[in-house]
Design a protein around this ligand. Structure first.
Ligand SMILES: [Zn+2]
Length: 435
């Protein structure tokens, strides 16, 4: 090889490597963004790295400069609150109507807990990797477009100087005495309020009914696209119309998620009571629906630390169920299961233990306290029928007993959870009430 050919070849390789490095860097950027926004599509995304590096261990780490990493707090968590209607009554009989005094007390608690209330635009900037958030924060949302959002909630939000987002379903706007008028919506936009979409018709978006698939998809796309464009054309000149969506009844399916993406929504909210984290799916963001009859969901929303109730006494000789000779099948509801019935029968089959002293049996249920359980000596079954509907997301049961008068005490501890999504859907579909 002549010297000049060698030099030219070396130069060619050098140039090629420069070009491909730049390309890798850009594709990482693109890949990282798509990974971030659509985690479920990981498999569908054919990243350039897969072809460049068939062996996964050779894939280079993403360059540090790809995201505004220094400005974004990836460990931040947000509790999204979902309100509906409000009243001036002392007490509410409807979970979807919150008395004004409860709303004020909740704003007071957020303030005294030192939890910042963020705006939707701060939230979206964080989700997009363009802004940071404090470790824990609150995002306030209100669904449907009830007049009381303007007449009752707005003055309280002004008093506490907090931003909030109203998800409107466009068919309801100025449709009757109880719905927001266009002018009231403009007032809201003038007072730290943002609006997003809650569809056009507030129907269950997963129900195709008698439509053909094509007709269903056309209808579904309209619910997402037309509702947002209507809000934009009507209100964008008065304030912030945010590309965000709250699923009616919290219900969605894969078609709805695709339609939401196609319509350009940056954040879609469910009614799953869970915090939003950096890794949460943008089309399935959790939200705590705040009920008018009790504050349990609000309590859960504000709990950013230990989720298990702390009022249970320190366990005595407590054995984790998995290490115990009891199989989990003898405990009901099963450890770590999700249940729909708020009034479950709690039971434990202790037949693998001998000489149980009936008087030594004590059961404690978190949120309830010590309960009067019954023990059947012939079957060794301990049972307790929950009498008041469970309100907390997680319920912990502690069952203590003694084998023989001189033996040490044993204690079993297990936790199960309410499947709030299922309960909520069941309830809203049965009563037909708007969520
Ligand atoms: Zn609704």
């Amino acid at each position: 090889m002549s010297a000049s050919l060698f030099l030219r070849t070396a130069l060619l390789f050098f140039l090629l490597s420069l070009t491909s490095c730049q390309w890798i860097s850009e594709s990482w950027q693109a890949f990282d963004t798509s990974l971030r926004l659509d985690p479920l599509e990981d498999d569908a995304v054919s990243s350039p790295e897969e072809t460049l590096y068939p062996n996964a261990s050779e894939v280079p780490p993403p360059p540090e400069t790809v995201r505004t990493a220094g400005a974004v707090n990836r460990s931040a968590r947000v509790a999204v609150l979902g309100y509906h209607d409000f009243s001036n009554e002392d007490e509410s009989k409807n979970d979807m109507v919150l008395p004004a005094h409860m709303l004020r007390a909740q704003m007071e608690r957020i303030r005294s807990a030192g939890l910042p209330v963020i705006s939707m635009s701060q939230f979206l900037a964080w989700r997009a990797g363009q802004g940071s958030l404090p470790p824990f924060s609150i995002l306030i949302t209100i669904d449907d477009g009830w007049k009381a959002t303007h007449d009752i909630a707005l003055p309280i939000f002004r008093e506490y100087d907090v931003p909030f987002t109203v998800f409107l379903y466009t068919d309801y706007i100025e449709s009757g005495d109880r719905s927001l008028s266009h002018d009231e919506i403009r007032n809201i936009l003038d007072s730290k309020g943002t609006i997003g979409s809650h569809s056009i018709s507030h129907q269950n978006l997963s129900q195709r009914k008698d439509k053909s698939e094509a007709a269903y998809l056309t209808w579904l796309n309209g619910e997402f696209t037309d509702s947002l464009s209507l809000l934009q054309s009507e209100f964008a000149s008065s304030g912030e119309v945010s590309p965000t969506f709250a699923y009616p009844f919290g219900i969605y399916n894969d078609f709805a998620i695709e339609a939401a993406k196609a319509a350009g929504y940056q954040a879609c909210f469910t009614v799953n009571a869970e915090k939003v984290s950096w890794s949460s799916d943008s089309q399935r963001l959790g939200r705590y629906i705040i009920q008018g009859t009790n504050g349990a969901n609000f309590d859960d929303a504000l709990a950013f630390g230990q989720t298990l109730p702390s009022q249970l006494p320190a366990p005595v000789e407590t054995k984790p169920v998995s290490n115990n000779k009891l199989g989990s099948s003898v405990l009901s509801p099963s450890p770590h299961s999700k249940i729909v019935d708020r009034l479950p029968l709690i039971s434990a089959d202790l037949s693998s233990y001998e000489n149980i002293v009936p008087d030594s049996i004590k059961m404690q249920v978190s949120g309830v306290g010590e309960v009067g359980c019954s023990f059947a000596p012939n079957t060794s079954l301990v049972t307790y029928q929950v009498l008041q509907p469970l309100r907390r997301e997680h319920t912990q049961v502690r069952l203590q007993f003694q084998q023989g008068a001189s033996a040490k005490k044993e204690a079993l501890l297990w936790t199960f959870s309410l499947d709030r999504m299922a309960i909520y859907e069941q309830k809203t579909l049965e009563t037909g009430s708007a969520d």
